[in-house]
Structures are given as structure tokens and as C-alpha cells.
Design a protein around this ligand. Structure first.
Ligand SMILES: N[C@@H](CCC(=O)N[C@@H](CS)C(=O)NCC(=O)O)C(=O)O
Length: 218
């Protein structure tokens, strides 16, 4: 059985977890928290920065959420692949995976990390810079999602695994404007999908730790 290190509230863990739930693949969950120092020690040994998710399958270790998703496609292939087999379609899926990670999740994370610093150590520029990035990403994604059901090739894919946590948390940090109906509808579609509804539900006990005030709790 595959083993996966993560935390139920961690965005990149969600990304891999959604793919696991889509495949209905049983796995052993190894929690990263203060009660399990051995798991934090393991991830710091298995990857360069101690970040998670980390997947262990027998003697094989896979780090990086996107690589984990591709590993599951290859070795646990009894579900549609999250990266399409057609290389032309795969380009669009990987493109949109990168867009959500780099242009939605990353600015959201900058705001969160800044808010988690001691007050006197916060960078006063981060909020405005991150919001300016998100303004551009939201506008582009709203145009991209107009007329689309899913983010790439109109099938559920790695791009949607990345989009779900990115848009979930970014909308808390800095709400998607009401005028961006295609993007807001896409976020709602993601949250209605059973694999994603499940990760959102499992993370509820940790919601109060989200440090940015004024978020909308949906
Ligand atoms: N590029 C990595 C990012 C992983 C990442 O940022 N993980 C976060 C949790 S969502 C983490 O490990 N945070 C704890 C830390 O940075 O120490 C991936 O796609 O897996």
C-alpha cells in the first residue's frame, strides 16, 4: 500500500490527495504535526526542504505533488490519467497545473507566510504585490474558463487537482471578484466534486488556523 506524508489543511497535500481519491486508491496517511516528529524527520530526510506531500511506495520515494500525481497515473492506472496520455493534451494539463501553482497558489502563500511572521517582521509590500498578481491571474483565468468545464482539455485532470486548493485558499485571502463569473462558477464546480468536497471536509477542524482575516468560509 502506498504511504503519503501530509497534513489535511496543506494545499499541496490536497493536490495529491484529490488524485488519490479520484482513483479510490487505499493508502496509509502519515500526519506531519507536533505529535508525529518522526514524520517531520522523515520528510526532511526524503526531500530537499522537508516539504510535503511525499509518497513512499515500497523502496520508491516521490516528492512534488505533480510528480506524485504522474506516478499514480503510471503505476495505479485503473482510472483515467490525470495527465492525459496524448502528449498534445498533456501539454495543456501541465500548463494549467503550473498556472494554478505559480500564479494563484504562490501569491496566496506569500500573503499567508507574511501574516504568520511576528508583526514587526512583516513585509508591508507583500499584500499589495500578491493582490496585484492575483488580479492578473483571476482576470486571465476568468477568460480562460469562459466556455470551459474543467481547466484543461475539458476533462478532469492534474490542472483541476492544482486549481482546487489554489482557488479555495486564494478566494479566502483575496476574494475572486463577483464579475468573474466563469472563474467563480469553476471554483464552485470544483468544490462540488466528491473527491474535492471530501478533502475540504477533512480539513475543517484546522480552518481556524488560516491566518488571513476577512475570508469567506465557503
Ligand atoms: N512544490 C511542492 C510544494 C510543497 C509545499 O509547499 N508544501 C507545503 C504544504 S502545502 C509545506 O510542506 N509546507 C511546510 C514547509 O514549507 O515547511 C509540491 O508541489 O509538492
Amino acid at each position: 500500500m502506498v504511504r503519503i506524508y501530509g497534513h489535511p489543511f496543506a494545499a499541496f497535500y490536497w493536490k495529491a490527495l484529490i488524485a488519490l481519491y479520484e482513483r479510490k486508491l487505499p493508502f496509509e496517511f502519515l500526519m506531519i504535526d507536533a505529535d508525529h516528529p518522526e514524520n517531520a524527520e522523515a520528510v526532511s530526510r526524503l526531500g530537499p526542504t522537508g516539504q510535503f506531500p511525499v509518497l513512499v511506495d515500497g523502496d520508491r520515494t516521490v516528492i512534488e505533488s505533480a510528480a506524485i500525481i504522474e506516478y499514480l497515473d503510471l503505476h495505479y492506472g485503473n482510472a483515467p490519467p490525470m495527465v492525459p496520455a496524448d502528449p498534445r493534451a498533456a501539454i495543456e494539463a501541465r500548463q494549467m497545473d503550473g498556472v494554478f501553482d505559480d500564479y494563484v497558489m504562490a501569491p496566496q502563500s506569500r500573503m499567508v507566510f507574511n501574516a504568520l511572521r511576528d508583526e514587526d517582521k512583516r513585509d508591508p509590500h507583500v499584500g499589495a504585490e500578491a493582490k496585484a498578481s492575483l488580479d492578473k491571474s483571476y482576470a486571465w483565468l476568468n477568460r480562460w474558463m469562459t466556455g470551459r468545464e474543467w481547466a484543461a482539455n475539458d476533462v478532469f485532470s492534474i490542472a483541476d487537482c492544482a486549481a482546487a486548493p489554489a482557488l479555495f485558499y486564494a478566494h479566502w485571502a483575496y476574494p475572486i471578484p463577483e464579475s468573474h463569473t466563469a472563474l467563480r462558477d469553476y471554483r464552485a464546480r470544483l468544490l462540488a466534486r466528491p473527491s474535492i468536497a471530501r478533502v475540504v471536509d477533512e480539513a475543517r477542524p484546522w480552518r481556524e488556523y488560516y491566518p488571513l482575516k476577512g475570508h469567506t468560509p465557503d
